[in-house]
Design a protein around this ligand. Sequence first.
Ligand SMILES: Cc1ncc(COP(=O)(O)O)c(C=O)c1O
Length: 400
Amino acid sequence: MAFLADALSRIKPSATIAVTQMARDLKAQGKDVISLSVGEPDFDTPQNIKDAAIAAIQRGETKYTPVSGIQPLREAIAAKFKRENGLDYKPSQTIVGTGGKQILFNAFMATINPGDEVVIPAPYWVSYPEMIALCGGTPVFVETTIENNFKLTAEQLEKAITPKTKWFMFNSPSNPSGAAYSYDELKALTDVLMRHPHVWVLTDDMYEHLVFGDFVYYTPAQVEPGLYDRTLTMNGVSKAYAMTGWRIGYAAGPIELIKAMDMIQGQQTSGACSIAQWAAVEALNGPQDFIPMSKKAFEERRDLVVSMLNQANGLVCPKPEGAFYVYPSCAALIGKKAPSGKVIATDEDFVMELLATEGVATVHGSSFGLGPNFRVSYATSNDKLEEACRRIQRFCADCK
Ligand SMILES: Cc1ncc(COP(=O)(O)O)c(C=O)c1O
């Protein structure tokens, strides 16, 4: 439509939202659908956080807030970075946004000029390239391999950097693969970045708390303090405290960048919801016992899902260190006939046939930039997961 902006032709709708919608439609038609496509914890927000929000309403904390966030939240964020990541940020170096999504978008908006490149390891979270494209930048994808557990190597990063590279977009644990970088793996990447002083690091640490076993989490500026002056460390309460609907994300970084993001947000949405901000203060400063509880539940589910999917004919499912996703390969099923008689030519066909035949909703890997794979979100009950995995096993066995 001629009326619409050219920028729209550079982006596509979120594939995860599309699959979720199709699953909803099938459900509305009465089909028994198990959705493994959603990107949010199935737990309820902890009661102390809800109570803090209710108290904020009662106190009348219902007015506009400063654009970058209320002071108690910015102080809580600075304290969190010190406590959990060993990073020294002043509250003035932090910013609160309406979800991590807004933080990322405004960071790109504040920095990207036409032609600027952003290096993104694939598979990647679907919104990165679209946000970058909307801002006129060029996403540069670097495909990881299943053999390297979907992690970028130092050699790959070195090769991808050009004089036009503005950002290295880093996400650990990863949506969609669940891969998380150990200290040594991350240090290998930060060593490369130290040789390229024009490249900034945008690290999306949303899944920080969901790492399993004895894995120890690190963020780039912690591993390499030399990167502190060119790193934006982004995080949020959505996944850590089951607060996806509250829409609070945050970041910390060099003051000039934070001020630029503040300026954009000031002309856009202003401060995030005042009540949700007070809830986030409680999330960060209050009791933290929700985190180990959800971590334990997700670790059990990861083990269940990895084991059951590896028993399905033709699937290979690496065991990731974190998040609540696995990213199995369905390469061995490409070219086979689904029970409907349709030939599975792509991972999208695999996902659509699986949904139509067995009522299990997942997301095809090609939408995350690396296939043939599919993403399974295990943020649902063990009973549902077991049933869904049994259906996936049956579907794979029935592909001839
Ligand atoms: C990797 C990653 N980053 C950022 C976000 C955005 O989170 P928020 O709900 O805070 O906007 C998500 C949500 O799915 C995500 O998976």
